[in-house]
Design a protein around this ligand. Sequence first.
Ligand code: NBP
Length: 477
Amino acid sequence: TSAQIGVTGLAVMGRNLARNFARNGYTVALHNRTAARTHDLVKEFGHEGDFVATETAKDFVAALERPRRLMIMVKAGAPTDAVIQEFAPLLEPGDMIIDGGNAHFADTRRREKELREQGIHFVGTGISGGEEGALHGPSIMPGGSAESYDSLGPMLEKISAKAQDGAPCVTHVGPDGAGHFVKMVHNGIEYADMQLIGEAYQLLRDVAGYTPAQIAEIFRTWNTGRLDSYLIEITAEVLSHVDAATGKPFVDVVEDQAEQKGTGRWTVQIALDLGVPVSGIAEAVFARSLSGHSALREASRGLAGPKPAPLAEDEARAFADRVEQALYASKIVSYTQGFHEIASGSEEYDWNIDLGSIASIWRGGCIIRAAFLDRIRAAYDARPDLPSLLSDETFAREIGQAQDDWREVLVAATRQGVPAPGFSAALAYYDALRAERLPAALTQGQRDFFGAHTYRRTDREGSFHTLWGGDRTEVGA
Ligand code: NBP
């Protein structure tokens, strides 16, 4: 039997993707550096479909039909290069290597270029949805050549999540590293969503005075409205969970230091390189790193600040409604920033990414899946050259309606000393974009003063410099 696809790297993700392919009727060749994992999979799940267990690279490659489709699901970085080096010499022109790991898109670009010289299609593929998604249907973001998608697309569409309208959550994102780039920004947006939800929780707790169980109920209500999303849903689950050992809310017994694996950080690093303001996403990454500085936090505990006093019941309820507005408005901003980064990456690397289709494939399977994404897709479908999500009429109207409450929430947060860097960065972004004039004019004056960096004028073409050290006349530069 020859397999339509092979998966090497059978830890949680690879194993579940292999099972997903098999459950969808494909014959799947299996390989793992440590052969025990391969045999365990067959022993436990062999009844789910057709698997071909192999131990050597040669046997693995020989088990695949041509052109070969070989999926790598190993740890990102050096292990991925090692596996490529092991298999590439055994492949032929036209074969495909699919890297489903969380690779940095720059690595994917390099690998794609090297393998293209051998006639091998290298398909860097973002996969979101964790191990459950891998098994039941993830959101899949393949890059690589259009030709490889002709061969792979139908298989990926089969194993992918389906949105509510039945559309598969996979599309050919664009050439070389486009898929991994989009996956990276997906994760950055995920960080921002989580941070904003965290701030909403903290405000409901410290300003409104609600318990975690009450806040879980509030999130459940929100989940029936425009915030309907996987992250809001699981937030309610986590908040209502009670620790068995102590009887306390689970959220109160967990160490408050957030960890990260790096894709959120990459989103911000690349945004800095591209010159894209992703301040909301950056605050989310910084908030995680701040939380981890326990010595710094310990040393700062005694600093002066207000003591939050809980609100009366009806005020608390009104405040919760305002927090919903602030959360929704801030969410619009972080997606605006994330899509701006995708648009800039697409332009920089000539990927020609269709932004509406990205919103579309995030509607199911992935961590940021949300009803909201349908609306983003509609916005880009209506106007593919939309300069920013904020210029979409519907989003502009909604954020306009939310802004009073959004500001009130930040006033309360500031007064009561509850940090809300995500809400606050989002509002600053919104106000900066709206502003008729920015202090950037003053910045230009300062730069010209100390460094003769020159400036442009609002009323005439050209570059100018003022003789600051002399008689302060203006000269053309
Ligand atoms: P891990 O990232 O933990 O990687 C374990 C796998 O890599 C094992 O199969 C291991 O083989 C193999 N491997 C390593 Br480590 N070094 C190797 C080498 N030098 N040569 C050959 N194989 C090597 O697995 P995972 O959590 O299943 O994730 C797989 C990929 O999917 C990663 O890139 C991850 O970032 C990405 N991803 C993960 C998630 C998630 O929710 N976990 C979601 C989306 C994407 P061994 O068995 O012989 O040690």
